[in-house]
Each structure stands twice: as C-alpha cells, then as structure tokens.
Design a protein around this ligand. Structure first.
Ligand code: ADP
Ligand code: ZN
Length: 522
C-alpha cells in the first residue's frame, strides 16, 4: 500500500472524513517519508490531522508539543473517542494519571502524546523520550518561538534541543500566524532549513475586501450598511472604548440593533451582548479588538474597520470572522492619515524595547501599504503570509474598480518642500493651509505667508492634498514626529523627489457618491 492510500484509509476509517483538504495529503506524505515540514495554515484550516495521521501510521509515538495546556485534555478525549491511543503530560496531571501515561508510553501503547513545552525542558524528560520509539515531533503554535511576537514562550527556545538529540526523527512545525520575519525565526530556532514549507488556506474567496479613504466615516458607514447589509449581522471594529460606545449609540439612532463590546464593560454585559449577537440574525457589535476571539458565528456578513488595525495579521484575523458559512461577505474599511498618526503615537508610548517598537512600526507600515496599493488586495494579503496568488482575484475593490493613478510628482514636490520651508514640525492641516494660501492667524503669526510655498497649492483642493500627504507618509517619503504631536519631517527618500529625479505615481482618490452631501453636518 502506498503511504498516501494508507493515510486516506486512516482519514476515512478513524476520523470519518471522505477526503483530504487542500495540502493535507502532501504534508502528511512529507512527514510519513520522514522529512521535516513547516505548515502555515489559518485557524480552522485542518492542521491537527497533519500530525495526527502520521503519528498513527508511523511506528512509535508522535510527540506533540503544545502550549495550550487547557486544551490537551479535550484533544486527548476527542481522540480516544475515535479509538486513537492518546495521552498527555502537563502540570495538571495527578501522579496516578502520570504513572499510567508513563507505563503506557514504555509499553508502546500510545500513538500520540501531548506534551507541555516546560515538561520537555525538565530534567529526565529528554532521557525518557530517548528510550522510546518516536514517530515524529510536532511543534504546534510554532510562532511562540518568536521573541518579537505576542505569544512568545521562553520554553519554546529550548526546542532547538530536539534537532540535536533526535536528528533522525521528523519535525513538523505548525502555526496560523507568521509573517516573513516570524517564519524566518521558526526556521532558525527549530532547525528547519531543509523543511518544505506549506503555506495554504489563507484565501477566503467569499470575502470581498474593500479599503477606502476616510472622509465622513459615519456617512460612509451608513451608506455601506443601508445599501449592502441592511438586516445583516456584522462586527464593527474601533480603536477606543469610547468610540465603540458612541458609534453603537449613533447606529441605534439610525435604526440598527447595535451593541458596544469592550473590556471596560462588566462581564455580565459582555456576555449579554455576545449572546444577542450569536442568537439574533441582525445584530451589529461595535467592538474593540477584544471581541471575536473564540466566537463562532458562521453567518457574519460584514466586518467593518473604522480605524486602521495595527498589522496585517490583525486585519486578516478580524476580517476572517466574516462569512465562515462560505456565503458572500464583505470586509470594508475606512482609513485616514489621523489613524496612522494615532497608532504610531500609541506604539511609541507603549511598553517594550526599541527593537519591539521598530517591529511594530514595520508591521503598521505593511498594513498601510495594503491600504495604499492599487493592485489586488487579496494577492497582497496572501503573499504577505507567503502564499502564492494570482495577480487578480475579481473580488476586491482594486480588481472590481481599478484605482487610477496620476503623475503626482509636482504635487509631491510642492507638498515636500512646504514641509521643509515651514521647518519640518507642522501637521497636515497646517501645511495645507500654507499650500492653499490661507492667511490664518497661525500662518500669519509664524510668518509663513512669506515662505515660497505659500499659496502654490491652490490648484488642488484640500481633500486631495490630504490624500497626497497620506500617500507620502505611507510610502515613507515623510516621517511623523511624535514629540511634536504629528509634525511631518522629510525622510531620506524625499530627496530624489525634491531633486526631480523620481516620478511619483499617486492613487487618485475615488470619491464615494453622496459622501459630500453629508458633509458639514455633524
Ligand atoms: P487548525 O488546527 O488548523 O485550527 P483543526 O485541525 O482543528 O484546525 O481542524 C478544524 C476543523 O476541520 C476540525 O473540526 C476538523 O475535524 C476539520 N477537518 C480537518 N480536516 C478535515 C478534512 N479533511 N475533512 C473534513 N473536515 C476536516
Ligand atoms: Zn483582487
């Protein structure tokens, strides 16, 4: 029997599924052949079978390293229900149960052993393992080795011992979240240089991705909801607790059943709002990022971001809560320059060392890049996670409604030199006043009605100048100074533009119909 057909037999006879999903076959074959593998698949993609089936088929016990101690019992129970011989060792185990697991292990009676990482690092465990026949090592939640990630576990660093002590035994590392930097760290720390990488399942074809400029966010939101999702359930993400409250209240006044959700509410209130969301068909939850973890509602029809998420990982995870039932769903976001400034200030003021902050800024820049690109959003998303993707998807705003570009070289030069002439310490609103030739009190007071850039931008309207500045910030021509509350300064990249050596193609902002009529009223 070929390995593949025996894997299929196990899938059907033990797990009761008809066929493998996506790359499961290839991954299982790789491990069955004794090779290492790195698996990147989103949550729910079906990672578990990738090590469970080879553990069952290969001689010896499959050792699964997992940080999720609370889930081990459940996983083992579920496997035992299926007739798979599985056990676990972690700190929650009584001494009798421990002895029983150890006895079963020594007698070769287990196919799978779940092991907490700190256990592996206790003296004696490695020696104990060395005395056993081992089918494979699976390192679940492998991104925990990354020191710059949010789930870092010091115990995971010690896992490099596996390649040293057990070089002949295949290692399969699995994770749902890994940008290029984290992937690199996993490979380094777990010695997976020779491992084939399997990156699959990141595409969510039924989700339509749309990202648009923030002009009058409430009117834009209202139009989006009324025209496309009236009566649908959805989640609206905001950055602050206050904003979730205000937005929910405002939506209620517009006739929607909207509820706030954030960590500042009482536990009882949170539970009630969550249950109404799960039970009713058309509840909108306005939430900070605290909402959504572990919530499984298949018919969420839209996800809205009223503020920019801090990374592509967050954006992908949050938008991924839409359309789990496979029916069409929309991920809709409005963003503006203020978001970037606010997020950068939050990051700079946060705890953490310089390297961590720098990484956060890099992640935010990537998120901004996703907003500013004029090419397919889905392709950019998938490629960010390392997955191959075609140039167009036909189901994102960039594909459906290609963003035209314009030669913004001259405008960029004006915008940049205005920053320079006013001393590299003013924010966007002020710079636009100077460009527009507005003799405001502030401008007159600073004497900036006498600089050469005063009034040279009156050919372009204010909204367009905002767009120009936002794109210049997003692409790194301008930096945002936090000490001066959002003052812009020139970066190295600005020089070739100012010298006329670089052409700048900018996205033409597509005005949304009827957002203008709503302006002025608040
Ligand atoms: P992950 O670990 O990637 O989050 P799981 O391994 O928990 O995902 O799988 C998610 C769900 O999909 C589980 O309920 C699992 O039983 C199911 N599943 C996985 N592979 C298949 C398959 N080939 N056919 C049907 N269901 C599958
Ligand atoms: Zn697309």
């Amino acid at each position: 029997m070929s390995t593949n057909s025996s894997a299929l037999t196990v899938l059907q006879s033990v797990f009761g599924y008809d066929h493998f999903r996506g790359a499961q076959t290839e991954i299982i074959d790789e491990v069955l052949d004794g090779r290492n593998a790195l698996v990147l698949m989103p949550t729910g993609g079906g990672k578990s079978l990738c090590y469970q089936i080879p553990s069952i088929i290969r001689p010896g016990v499959g050792v699964i390293i997992s940080p999720l101690i609370a889930l081990m019992q459940d996983q083992v129970d579920a496997l035992q229900q299926l007739g798979v011989r599985a056990g676990f060792i972690n700190s929650s185990l009584s001494s009798e149960d421990y002895s029983q697991v150890m006895r079963a292990l020594r007698q070769g009676e287990l196919d799978l052993l779940y092991l907490a990482p700190e256990r592996l690092n206790q003296p004696g465990t490695l020696d104990m393992l060395a005395g056993l026949s081992i089918a494979l090592f699976a390192i679940d939640e492998a991104h925990c080795v990354s020191q710059w990630g949010h789930d870092f576990r010091a115990d995971y660093l010690q896992l490099s011992v596996l390649q040293q002590r057990f070089p002949q035994i295949p290692r399969i590392a699995l994770t749902a979240t890994a940008d290029a930097a984290t992937r690199h760290e996993i490979i380094e720390r777990l010695g997976l240089h020779d491992a084939r990488q399997f990156v699959t399942g990141f595409d969510r074809p039924n989700i339509q991705y749309r990202i648009t400029q923030k002009r009058n966010p409430r009117q834009q939101l209202l139009q989006f909801l009324r025209q496309e999702h009236s009566g649908d359930a959805g989640i609206i993400y905001c950055l602050s607790r206050r904003k979730t409250e205000e937005t929910a209240l405002w939506l209620q006044q517009q006739g929607f059943s909207a509820l706030p959700y954030h960590a500042g509410l009482s536990a009882a209130q949170r539970l009630e709002h969550q249950q109404r969301f799960l039970r009713d068909d058309s509840v909108i939850v306005v939430a900070t990022i605290a909402f959504g973890m572990g919530i499984d509602k298949p018919d969420v029809r839209f996800i809205v971001h009223l503020d920019l998420p801090k990374s592509i990982e967050s954006y992908y995870q949050e938008t991924g809560r839409a359309g789990r039932d496979g029916e069409p769903a929309t991920a809709w976001m409005v963003y503006g320059l203020q978001d970037v400034i606010k997020l950068r200030q939050m990051m700079d003021g946060s705890q953490g060392n310089e390297q961590f902050k720098r990484l956060e800024r890099v992640r935010l820049d990537a998120m901004l890049g996703l907003c500013e690109i004029t090419s397919c959003r889905r392709q950019a998303l998938r490629e960010y996670f390392g997955e191959q993707a075609p140039d167009t998807c036909g189901n994102c705003d960039a594909c459906l409604n290609p963003a035209p570009t314009w030669d913004g070289t001259e405008a960029a030069q004006k915008a940049l030199s205005c920053v320079y002439r006013t001393g590299q310490r003013f924010g966007v609103a002020y710079l636009i006043e100077v460009l527009g030739g507005v003799e405001s009190e502030r401008v007159l007071h600073n004497g900036h009605h006498r600089v050469t850039t005063f009034g040279i931008g009156s050919d372009i309207d204010k909204a367009q100048w905002q767009s120009v500045y936002r794109q210049l910030v997003a692409r790194g021509y301008l930096g945002v100074d936090h000490a001066s509350y959002g003052g812009l300064y020139l970066s190295e990249r600005a020089r070739p533009v100012l010298r006329g050596e670089e052409t700048v193609l900018l996205r033409i902002d597509v005005q949304e119909v009827s957002t203008r009529s709503g302006r002025g009223k608040r």
